[in-house]
Design a protein around this ligand. Structure first.
Ligand SMILES: [Cu+2]
Length: 212
């Protein structure tokens, strides 16, 4: 008798697990791709706009990404815009023969890499969400931006102004939009956005008059 009971119990447990997995799969299948069409104030497609979708409810944890590189060459930052998650490390190699002095005074990340050549031996950890504006103490024209996301759902727009966010579950979000050309606006604009089940499209115009 005992083996039969054990067997039956295991059967129930397996069926419960199967139902649970099926329910989870059904929920996940309602997640869809969100395609954003981002334009400047004149309605022209905007490249390098950043879109972040933060759940209106509980935060969804993110993981740090692999190290990123924000190099300097020909007295410019080779990467003007970097989009990363909280906790990601950045390296600042200098490929020029002149020395640079990279800094940020932004609340999202305040740091300074004093006059250096080559690769500074300590990476910079972007440990808070927000936007860091980078500059160089020696070369005033050098500028770059690091957007640090505190959500797994983010994207930047391509030359056609499109930004695509995959596997976005339906629900209520804060849609945060930002572009380096939004001068004097260190914070993204925020609007409420509801993601329906399945794929969706959304258009938005940003307060950018021309490419920076
Ligand atoms: Cu410099």
């Amino acid at each position: 008798m005992t083996p039969t009971i054990r067997c039956a119990a295991r059967g129930v447990a397996t069926r419960a697990t199967t139902l649970l997995l099926a329910a989870l799969a059904a929920g996940a299948s309602h997640a869809g791709a969100l395609t954003l069409h981002l334009t400047d104030s004149a309605g022209k497609p905007l490249v390098d706009a950043v879109a972040l979708l933060e759940p209106a409810g509980a935060k969804v944890p993110t993981k740090p990404m692999a190290d990123v590189e924000i190099a300097q060459a020909k007295r410019e930052f080779t990467t003007r815009l970097t989009l990363i998650t909280v906790g990601t490390r950045a390296l600042f190699p200098n490929f020029d023969t002149v020395r640079h002095h990279v800094y940020s005074f932004s609340p999202a990340k305040t740091f300074e890499l004093k006059l250096y050549a080559g690769v500074p031996n300590v990476p910079v950890v972007f440990d808070k969400p927000g936007i860091a504006v980078l500059g160089c103490n020696i070369h005033d024209n050098m500028a770059a931006w690091v957007v640090v996301a505190d959500t797994p759902w983010f994207a930047r727009s391509a030359a056609n102004g499109r930004a695509r966010i995959e596997a976005l579950p339906p629900g209520a979000y804060r849609l945060r939009l930002w572009h380096p050309g939004m001068s004097g606006m260190p914070e993204p604009t925020t609007t409420a956005f509801t993601m329906p089940a399945g794929d969706a499209e959304h258009s938005a115009r940003l307060a950018v008059s021309s490419e920076p």
